[in-house]
Design a protein around this ligand. Structure first.
Ligand code: PHE
Length: 345
């Protein structure tokens, strides 16, 4: 038995000394010290020894196992440090190298305008409508009927408005004014909201028109709301949005849901009012429609038109952005050319 033990020890020492790295050292360790190793089998065989032999052999086995373990640990330490150093050498990071370039995204110019306008109206006391009161897929009822738009009105024509197939009376809203009807049916005056969003019109695309565009609707309903207040609010908005220097004009107009109605033009920034293709040679560009809420609309949504009055406005976000930054083609907003988008902050 003793001879056998000495022989295994020699073999083990031999292999451990031969090991040149962590991997071969680990293999030697498994071979000689693991549970199924020959060495361990010898320990298991102790039970067959005579009581006299047992302590001696036991002590020898323990001594050898301690010796081997210690040796392995020492070599392990050496190899570990060596391999770690090698790895650190080969993985050296050159912190003076340029980093990977991550291109920075930008807020879309239209979103930027919407944010700016919402901020201005917040400052003027208007709060943002709840999104559920301003859906893009809408019933004709809210887009037209409640807004006093007669059944035969040309805006309702399929040439002007997108109707959803196989769904009766469902349209892609042609104006954010649908939010007016929903807001008034949903809450009592005083109401003072704005509602930005997408609108859709079935028209041919050109430098001035796209069949998807954005509007911001405003609605103020309370006792004694007047046209003078409407002018005051819109003038203040124009002053804050453009800076006070931009010439504007009010023109009387007509909308089925406001009476009286106006449109506001801002001087064309491309030609400074001289006339150019962008403004159809008129020198002016229309930015919004507005007016006093028609009593018929108040009645239709259940608000007493003897007690309450209101004003409403709807502005074109693309137009306002084009006018502020001298952008001469509405399609630029939708083509997603990165060179265009990059210019915004
Ligand atoms: N909805 C109108 C349009 O799209 C604009 C408007 C809104 C006019 C509110 C008056 C009052 O042209």
């Amino acid at each position: 038995m003793e001879d056998k033990i000495i022989q295994i020890k020699k073999q083990a020492l031999d292999e451990i000394n031969k090991a040149q790295d962590l991997k071969t050292l680990e293999e030697a360790k498994n071979k000689f010290l693991s549970r199924n190793s020959e060495f361990n089998n010898l320990k298991k065989g102790m039970k067959d020894l005579t009581p006299e032999q047992r302590p001696k052999i036991g002590a020898l086995l323990n001594q050898i196992s301690d010796e081997l373990t210690k040796l392995i640990e020492e070599k392990n330490e050496v190899f570990y440090t060596k391999e770690l150093n090698e790895r650190l050498q080969s993985e050296k990071i050159d912190i003076t190298l340029d980093g990977n370039y991550i291109p920075q995204g930008h807020i879309h110019p239209l979103t930027q305008t919407v944010n700016e306008i919402v901020e201005i109206f917040n400052y003027l006391g208007f709060s943002l409508i709840k999104p559920e009161l301003s859906p893009e897929v809408e019933l004709e009822k809210y887009n037209f009927d409640l807004l006093n738009v007669p059944k035969e009105h040309p805006a309702r024509d399929v040439q002007d408005t997108f109707y959803c197939e196989n769904m009766e009376n469902v349209v892609l809203r042609s104006q954010t004014s649908n939010a007016q009807a929903r807001q008034m049916m949903n809450s009592k005056p005083p109401i003072k909201i704005i509602s930005p969003g997408r609108v859709y019109r079935n028209e041919s695309v050109s430098a001035r028109k796209n069949n998807l565009f954005h509007q911001i609707e405003g609605l103020y309903v309370d006792k004694n709301v007047t046209m003078a207040q409407l002018k005051g609010v819109l003038n203040e908005f124009i002053r804050l949005y453009f800076g006070s220097s931009r010439p504007t004009r009010y023109r009387s107009s007509f909308f089925p849901f406001t009476e009286p109605s106006v449109e506001i033009d801002v001087q064309c920034i491309m030609c400074q009012g001289k006339g150019c293709p962008v403004c159809s040679n008129s020198g002016w560009l229309e930015i919004l429609g507005a007016g006093m809420v028609d009593p018929n609309v108040l009645k239709a949504v259940g608000i007493d038109s003897d007690t309450y009055s209101g004003f409403a406005f709807g502005m074109g976000v693309e137009r306002l952005t084009m006018l502020k930054y001298a952008i001469d083609d509405i399609r630029l907003f939708f083509n997603n050319d990165i060179r265009f988008l990059k210019q915004s902050v």
